[in-house]
Design a protein around this ligand. Structure first.
Ligand code: SAM
Length: 243
């Protein structure tokens, strides 16, 4: 697969992450194609430490929940100042709060954000953030799945990895992106490579036939079968779109 081809004079796609743990970035995104693309200026990553906007000598960022209850909540005034500082540096970017209460991340959202000039991501911690910040700073809440993480950093990395691989020049061939799961509304067909025989299992004959029409038909049928069996929600939407 070809590597990141450089940015050909375009402004980098700008990610700004607000976090209490800036050392977690770029983390896995420094490796492989996303790392090459970062080095070549296809995208840029800036972290802003929420602690720098903390209150008082101890730079407090959190306090107890109003109304009582367990844990701590990130303060509205601290986050407001941190987001304002980040927005000056990345003014055009949509503002996102990674949150288990948010809309579920899909490939359609990933595509939408890859087409934006960048993103501003807020990673929560503790019991989450003061609710007033969400409306006060126009945050869009996005969840990476129906489970609860300890913080938004891993969710931010997931979102960034999904976006960065769609940026022009990061993945060599656009057709490899187009054929993937979710791009057509279906899961991807099964893939095989050498050896032709492995532990008594063979590659399906049709894939070795050289007949491109037959191969395309087989892949479509398999993609439909897998989607029908594994993801009735996607299959229902696919059928509806076609009718
Ligand atoms: N008390 C919150 C609730 O029940 O909705 C959970 C807070 S969680 C322990 C701390 C932070 O992790 C959240 O503020 C959010 O940024 C992040 N987080 C946890 N699960 C997430 C998910 N599924 N998707 C995106 N971010 C998540």
């Amino acid at each position: 697969m070809a590597g990141a081809a450089g940015n050909q004079g375009r402004a980098p796609w700008q990610a700004t992450v607000l976090t209490l743990f800036p050392e977690l970035f770029p983390g896995p995104l420094a490796a492989s194609l996303s790392g090459e693309a970062l080095e070549q200026g296809v995208w840029a990553l800036e972290t802003i430490n929420i602690r720098d906007f903390g209150i008082g000598r101890h730079r407090a960022v959190d306090d107890t929940p109003a109304g009582g209850g367990a844990g701590m909540v990130l303060r509205a005034d601290v986050l407001g100042s941190a987001i304002d500082a980040a927005s000056i540096r990345n003014p055009e970017a949509p503002r996102i709060y990674l949150s288990p209460r948010g809309e579920l991340l899909t490939q359609a959202i990933v595509r939408e954000l890859a087409a934006a000039p960048g993103v501003l991501l807020l990673a929560g911690r503790f019991e989450g953030i003061d609710e007033r910040v969400i409306a006060g700073r126009g945050l869009r809440e996005i969840s990476i799945g129906d489970y609860v993480l300890a913080g938004g950093e891993v969710a931010a990395l997931v979102l960034l990895e999904a976006i960065v691989r769609l940026l022009p020049g990061v993945v060599g061939s656009t057709s490899s992106l187009e054929e993937e799961s979710f791009e057509s509304g279906l899961l991807e067909y099964p893939q095989y490579t050498r050896p032709r025989e492995w532990e008594g299992a063979s590659i399906p004959d049709v894939l070795l036939s050289g007949d491109h029409k037959k191969i395309a038909d087989w892949r479509r049928i398999e993609a439909e079968r897998l989607t029908r069996e594994r993801r009735p929600d996607l299959w229902g939407a696919h059928i509806k779109k076609g009718s």
